[in-house]
Design a protein around this ligand. Sequence first.
Ligand code: NAP
Ligand code: MG
Length: 480
Amino acid sequence: MNNMMLINGKWIGPTGTDSDSTVTNPATEEEFEKIPQADGETISKAVEAANIAFKKWSGLSYTERGNYLKKAASIIYDRKIEIGRLITMEMGKPIAEAIGEVEKAAKILLYYAEEGERVYGRIIADQSRSFQSHVIYYPVGPVAAIIPWNYPIELLTWKTGGALTAGCTMVIKPASITPLSASAFCRCLTDAGIPDGVINLVYGRGSVLGKYLISDKRIKKVAFTGSTEVGKKIIEQCASNMTKYSAELGGHCPLIVGETADLEKAASDATRRSFRNMGQICIAINRIYVHRSIHDKFTAKLKSKAESLIIGDSLKTNGVNLGPMSDKNGLEKIIKQIEDAVEKGATVITGGNKPDGANKGFFFKPTILTNVNHEMLIMKEESFGPIVGVMPFDTAEEAVKLANDTNYGLAAYIQSNDYYEIEYLIENLSAGNVAVNNPDAGVMNAPYGGWGDSGNGYEHGPEGLLGYLKIKQIRKKICK
Ligand code: NAP
Ligand code: MG
């Protein structure tokens, strides 16, 4: 039931032929479900359904659309355990975090259901008293939403909340690793009574079917979250039809720990943001720059906290902090980064290998490297795994230079109790999101977007909603 695509209100299951693909549990390496794959014709049908449904859906009021979202949020909340379980089976995060992700999805829909009421437009005075400009927002049209696997429901919901509230319809393409949770999510929306064609769900390899979706002229916006490499390709494809896009891409995020930082808190926050979800978070901390005077103390605390994390299959063991990585390629990538760093002189102070006895599953120990430098892959290439490099600095200027030595600019973290140092760092760090003395750079009602290679466009907050709207400016003569 959760292995189906959705086109124009109809659910389409596997074909029972070789064209079906499989879903693997990364904790056991077992293939446990088959899913159908869309071809160009199927994609076209999904786009057509979204295009036809757009007229009616965009014609509803914000309140009417909001009511559907509120109902869907309540159904999602009721099914949080079922959907959470699917997330864990597909991509491995601990079940408690998966359920938390689904709860958050329900809250995001509720947030946008209300935020729709606050799309006001504007009236602008003219240079002449006889004229006025009115600014009115319209939904852009059918949206293609292309989603990664690391937060498969949360990242899908950001797009769904913004797009549906604005009056757009959707064709959703989840990552091939996480199709089932996306299907269960879409079923909550259809069970909430969302009209046929408003949301459609297609499966298949992005590298094969992406072009059909993106180059279709009926698609008016591509909302993409994923790697910078794929994001750049998608933006190029959008250019030919002048299709609007948002691109939330990769990161390589620094944490600066100043001399005055609360070391216990800095180490706890760093542990959470470096290793949570096995480091498979775009805003994960990848590089830590610590004032030389506290480098050894901080590193010892970080090591002890990393070693206290419980690794395992959360569907079999209670209290698990870290599941497996979501796929084998990711695991191979971090092993290569560690080998590269060690070859160039780094020291692995903890981790660097699989936990004892983990013969099956893509498990790996949280890994900390010291004696690192910017020649090493780990300090410049997105790891998307549970590894972090720690390096000393002497002055705040030097810390900024090191932190900004990257083309990415998604998030940066500061731990300090020196007011002027904090202000200096906020001002000079090149990142779309800066978190001070806390590990959570993104929040539901504030804009979230990357600088540089980390993307273009915003999600979260009113800015996330504006991304699904286009403006009409009307200059009116208002008196003779
Ligand atoms: P990815 O390889 O770029 O894939 C993301 C999505 O794009 C998947 O649905 C994928 O489908 C699809 N895709 C792949 N090639 C495509 C193509 N040529 N045309 C159209 N679609 C294509 O990224 P990922 O490995 O799933 O996720 C990890 C990346 O996402 C990391 O770089 C991470 O930093 C980034 N991320 C960014 C944010 C943010 O908000 N900035 C949040 C989370 C993750 P298949 O699965 O079928 O390949
Ligand atoms: Mg990928």
